[in-house]
Design a protein around this ligand. Structure first.
Ligand SMILES: [Fe+2]
Length: 471
């Protein structure tokens, strides 16, 4: 073999070797798990919230462990959650992604209340969807454009008033907080029973304190994942004292570029019912001047004044007779809010924070004067409900405000703490033996509440009280 042939064979061999190396590299890279295939892009802690207009807007937020895009796909469908998703029918909206610094338990400390936490970076995603059809049910999924959640459903508020539609129902829960993952089984049981009891809730109000430690991502994950079906129901979140710093990270409020809800207080109209949502964590003790200014403007707005009913949602109960009732901050909040509620004809204030069942008499005069009423009995879904009709000075809306705490929906039930406060006009004050939930039925001429306590071990519920306001 001459030198020339030798050289050609060496070059040929080198080219073949190089090709083998290139093919091997390509094969290895292709066989490596792609971003997301190992679960890094899998969505979790998925929350649905209203935009400014519940008829046409919906907000989506979720987390992933890896950085990726935020996409929602959706189309009108009567398919069940979990059904095959037909991408060819879907519209899509793209949102934003932010790095989110939080903590998770160190390995081996997952179920210890005093366990050590370590820092972890998650990615938070948010998408605002606009232009939806009112009164429709959609099938949707969220993801990065390639990796998707299971399919879920959401509904939009219908056009029209309570008189046009016959009204709506919603679920009320509060204080689901637990110290460790297994605590959230109590919340999961309450949510399961609420879903069984309320066939088609328009949304779910959560009166705050979702978790015991807002900086522990595992507790949030437990809240979202143990309660099956949360991703198919819009949450109306209220900031609790346990979550007021990350509240806006876990729930996307307002609309793109808007300012609604950015301070954790906001309002919305569902049909012709006005809801005002307060944030008791926005000041060092009492509520900030700007929140009081906002509430005054909100309650005097055309939509509030023209509403059939006005409902306020708040975490720290301004009016109750146990635990926190005589805290100095509560006394201050009471003095700030009650005159406004009375002046603007608020019907009922839904409260949390004290972890028991409380209903006031209808009160006016700064909460000191009981308003007279007549009662009748109404039957809703086979349950007897006592309806109170106020004989107030200002006619159809009456002049009294009811303060109502339907109990805590998690593991933590307070078992003492009655405060001797004769100025509080208590109608019912009861400690609960298990997690509670409440179903609210809203009609043109009334608002009715049925609260249930869950017996987890017997898989049963017992009615605590059925009551309502009739106009
Ligand atoms: Fe609280």
């Amino acid at each position: 073999m001459d030198q020339k042939n030798k050289k050609q064979i060496i070059i040929f061999g080198a080219v073949i070797a190089l090709l083998i190396v290139i093919i091997a590299v390509v094969f290895i890279v292709a066989s490596l798990p792609q971003k997301g295939e190992n679960g890094g892009n899998a969505p979790f802690d998925l929350a649905l919230t209203f935009g400014d207009d519940p008829r046409t807007q919906k907000n989506f937020s979720w987390f992933t462990k890896a950085e990726c895009e935020a996409v929602v796909e959706y189309y009108i469908s009567d398919a069940e959650p979990g059904s095959a998703f037909d991408q060819s029918r879907a519209a899509s909206s793209i949102g934003f992604t932010d790095a989110f610094e939080t903590n998770c338990p160190k390995e081996g400390e997952e179920n210890s209340a005093s366990g050590k936490l370590e820092q972890v970076t998650l990615y938070r995603h948010g998408v605002y969807v606009d232009g939806l059809e009112p009164g429709a049910t959609y099938l949707y999924r969220v993801g990065d454009g390639k990796n998707w959640s299971a399919s879920h459903t959401f509904t939009t508020a219908p056009e029209g008033t309570l008189a046009d539609t016959g009204g709506f129902s919603f679920i009320i829960v509060a204080d689901t907080q637990g110290f460790v993952k297994s605590d959230y089984e109590f919340w999961a049981a309450a949510f399961r029973k609420a879903s069984e009891q309320c066939e088609a809730p328009a949304f779910m109000v959560h009166l705050g304190d979702f978790t015991e430690n807002q900086d522990n991502a595992l507790l949030w994950e437990s809240y979202f994942t143990l309660a099956s079906g949360l991703a198919d129901l819009t949450t109306v979140p209220v900031a609790g004292n346990k979550d007021d710093e990350v509240f806006l990270d876990y729930f996307l409020l307002g609309t793109q570029g808007g300012v609604t809800g950015l301070n954790g207080y906001y309002s919305f109209d569902y049909m012709n019912v006005h809801f005002s949502v307060l944030n008791t964590g926005d000041g060092s003790k009492d509520l900030s001047k700007s929140q009081i200014k906002w509430l005054t403007k909100d309650l005097s707005s055309d939509s509030a004044r023209g509403a059939a009913h006005r409902i306020v949602l708040i975490h720290k109960a301004p009016y109750s007779d146990r635990n926190h009732a005589d805290d100095s901050e509560i006394t201050e909040i009471r003095a700030q809010l009650l005159p406004l509620f009375e002046e603007y004809g608020v019907d009922v204030v839904l409260e949390g924070h004290d972890h028991y069942y409380f209903r006031s008499e209808p009160a006016t005069g700064g909460g000191l004067v009981k308003v007279d009423y007549s009662t009748s009995v109404k039957t809703i879904d086979g349950e007897e409900v006592t309806a109170f009709k106020l004989s107030g000075e200002d006619g159809e809306n009456g002049s009294g405000v009811f303060y109502f705490m339907p109990g805590a929906s998690g593991v933590k039930q307070h078992n003492k703490g009655f405060r001797d406060m004769p100025e509080i006009l208590t109608a019912v004050s009861e400690l609960m033996s298990g997690p509670t939930f409440c179903i609210c039925d809203v009609e043109e001429n009334g608002i009715y509440f049925r609260t249930y306590c869950v017996d987890r071990y017997r898989n049963a519920v017992a009615l605590v009280e059925g009551w309502g306001i009739e106009k």
